[in-house]
Design a protein around this ligand. Structure first.
Ligand code: COA
Length: 415
């Protein structure tokens, strides 16, 4: 079966996590992704957090599947010429260098357009244009400047960053959407364009509901579904909401059987209004169905702590999986806190290709997260990440270089 992005060639200048996430997705959708790396060292993540000496790290292998790797010294004049040939042949150039690095290499947007007017230049940067545009940014910086950290954690504690890589992988996802959209527009305009996904913007996009709440707070001075209500005080900025759902359906994380020794023996419990009578029945509080203090969502808001404490008395008598099985029978929305170990071992995720086992010639078998986006006519087959420079000769030959020329370029350190 063909792939959605068959025929699309991507010149992949990305490194670390944000850019590689994007180009990996494009590769999974069928694009030919040619990753350009520096000879000898390559993407810095090849050697970061290594668990096996001399083998590419899991950090690298899990972000660079289905790509080809070529080594080019982009600061070497001969290397630049190879790069120019590649720019002429590719549809998309993706990069997440520090601001200005591509210009310093001599590949300004103007130069790229001269070489290939159909080229789409896609960049991840920490910030968009403005006072911080020259700053380097990593994941947790993006979480802090994008609104996630100030709204995550508990009210009486410091800001907290989340384990979900919303700054890096999240921005890579945003960039991938920008690229396929630009490819689509190119069909009618015949021209490439620049695509920018700033990490601050990407994180803020994912924190959209918090900007909603900021404005609600400014208008009304109170947010009744936040845990600060009714006993705590609200300040000027939207506060950290602990495990409150943040939506119209109050929720909280509750202990389950075994919580004393298992830090993941918890369940997220949502007191969705239509199933309130069923919840009351389950926890033995039938009187709450008609009691005016508990009967309506509005009446329940100032009593959420008490309500969740009562529900927790029930959940602590069940394991998180027992609780889930029972709650699902009643259509009560809930989510057991799954450890990464439990997720890795979950058979249904293996079946759908969301968790995939991959074989690598140096490190052997390892697990990775496959393509989370499933296309019925463009299935994803995850193949291992390339070794450093594994495809240099192959790509050079495709560009028309003879083997003696390739040897010569290698001798002068251009590739
Ligand atoms: N040949 C020769 N030189 C190369 C090269 C190659 N194949 N590939 C990269 N380089 C050079 C660059 O030209 C740059 O040189 P310069 O600084 O002299 O212009 C140098 O390597 C370093 O690149 P840079 O991107 O600045 O790496 P860094 O380690 O200094 O910074 C980041 C890393 C991630 C902080 C930075 O790239 C960044 O802010 N990126 C944008 C935001 C982002 O994606 N952050 C999240 C990363 S997960």
């Amino acid at each position: 079966m063909g792939k959605a992005l068959d025929g699309v060639r991507v010149l992949d200048f990305t490194h670390v996590q944000s850019g590689p996430t994007c180009t990996q997705l494009l590769a999974w959708f069928g694009a030919d992704v040619i990753k350009v790396e520096r000879a000898g060292s390559g993407d810095i993540t090849r050697e970061q957090l290594r668990d096996i000496p001399d083998a590419d790290s899991l950090y690298f292998t899990m972000l660079n599947h289905n790509k080809r790797s070529v080594t080019i010294d982009t600061k070497n004049p001969e290397g630049k010429r190879v790069l120019e040939a590649l720019i002429g042949k590719c549809d998309v150039l993706v990069e997440n260098f520090a601001p200005g690095a591509l210009d310093r290499m001599g590949f300004t947007w103007e130069r790229i357009q001269e070489l290939n007017p159909r080229m789409i230049l896609a960049s991840v940067k920490g910030f968009g244009p403005g006072p911080y545009e020259d700053c380097k940014v990593y994941e947790n910086v993006a979480q802090c400047v994008g609104g996630a950290a100030s709204t995550t954690g508990f009210d009486d504690g410091p800001p907290v960053v989340t384990g979900a890589q919303i700054g890096d992988s999240g921005t890579g996802l945003h960039l991938a959407l920008g690229i396929v959209t630009a490819l689509y527009q190119r069909q009618t305009t015949g021209r490439g364009q620049k695509v920018l996904a700033a990490m601050q913007d990407g994180v803020l996009n994912l924190c959209r509901v918090k900007l909603r709440d900021q404005q609600r707070l400014e208008r009304t001075g109170v947010m009744k579904e936040y845990p600060q209500h009714p006993n705590g005080a609200f300040g000027e900025a939207v506060p950290r909401a602990g495990n409150a759902s943040g939506g119209g359906q109050p929720g909280w994380i509750l202990k389950c059987k075994g919580w004393e020794s298992d830090q993941n023996a918890y369940i997220y419990f949502i007191t969705q209004a239509p199933v309130w009578p069923k919840i009351c029945g389950l926890i033995g509080k039938e009187e709450w169905v008609t009691d005016p203090d508990y009967a309506t969502p509005a009446a329940r808001l100032p009593r959420l702590k008490e309500i969740f404490a009562e529900i927790e008395r029930w959940t602590t008598t069940k394991t998180k999986f027992e609780a889930m099985a029972i709650l699902n029978q009643y259509d009560i929305p809930c989510g057991p806190i799954l450890s990464i170990k439990e997720i890795a071992e979950e058979p249904s995720l293996r079946k759908t290709g969301t968790i995939v086992e991959v074989d690598h010639p140096v490190r052997g078998k390892y697990l990775t997260v496959g393509n989370p986006i499933k296309l019925s006519d463009s299935p994803t087959e995850v193949t291992r990440s390339p070794l450093l420079g594994e495809h240099t000769d192959e790509v050079m030959a495709e560009l028309g270089y003879a083997s003696e020329q390739i040897a010569q370029l290698r001798a002068v350190g251009a590739i």
